[in-house]
Design a protein around this ligand. Sequence first.
Ligand code: SF4
Length: 328
Amino acid sequence: MEIIRVENLHKKFTLKSKILEIPTGLVHAVNGVDFSIDKGKTLGLVGESGSGKSTTGRLLLRLLQPTEGRVYLEGRDISEIKNREFRKIRKDIQMVFQNPYAVLDYKMTIEDILTQPLHIHKIVHPLEYSKEVERLLRIVGLSKKDRKKFPHEFSGGQRQRIGIARALSTKPKFVVCDEPVSALDVSVQSQIINLLKELQEEFHLSYLFIAHGLNVIKHVSDQVAVMYLGKIVEKGDVEAIFQRPKHPYTIALMSASPIPDPEAKRERTHLKKEIPSALEIPSGCSFHNRCPKKMDICERVTPKLIGEGDYQVACHLVEGVASHGSSA
Ligand code: SF4
């Protein structure tokens, strides 16, 4: 059963000159994105910086307003409901941020930080606040003694645990995890990923997990969507994407990610140039100026996202043969 469905989501930003505020350009950061996530499952959204993945996450929480498109939470269209109405369901959708320090008020104790959402969303009776804060600290692996401390007294990994406790304080159904481990030491990353997986199991949570590292995505996801310049270029079950990637961009991302086994060999695909600016999206297939498999048609015609079942890919190389098992 679906927890969230996104249809034809768009976000355009108008750039303006600093002094006169005259429009100087248009950035199409999210360009017709569709996906759905089942209850208790994780969709991993992966791509380089500038691919639009974090903007997509923020659109779901209304931290940004979509330019176009629909978002359904448990079948209910929440795209155009008024802000007052949205505040009532805001507790059902939460976010774990890349840098928890930026969202944890450094002047507040951990107890106050965790009590605030309990109070705003009336999660428990005020007499239960203290007990609930202790429970939240316990489920993320912290001690009740930590209640009286301030954010700066914790390590990066512990602060992320507090960020997770804050996100879970409203008993959400759906959590956007926006690069939750990319600012942490490698040794701490796996602890936080395991914690998120344990909490998902225990509370039947559904995640949109945003990351630029494929190794992390592989570890946490049931489904994977690969984004490039505002569009999903390939999506499917985690096994399909990792065992039989078809889109040249997915293949290049994979070849660039480190392999845990130093003995294992993998052919490397070096991408030409950096990802272009979203202000100057190339014509046709937006990946054509970096693609090692580029054909004449690629500059002129935008490939459609097509496929069978849950698997889809947008590439002229595989159009018409996007079924599993066929090679790109
Ligand atoms: Fe490469 Fe063409 Fe496929 Fe785009 S459509 S990924 S340029 S082969």
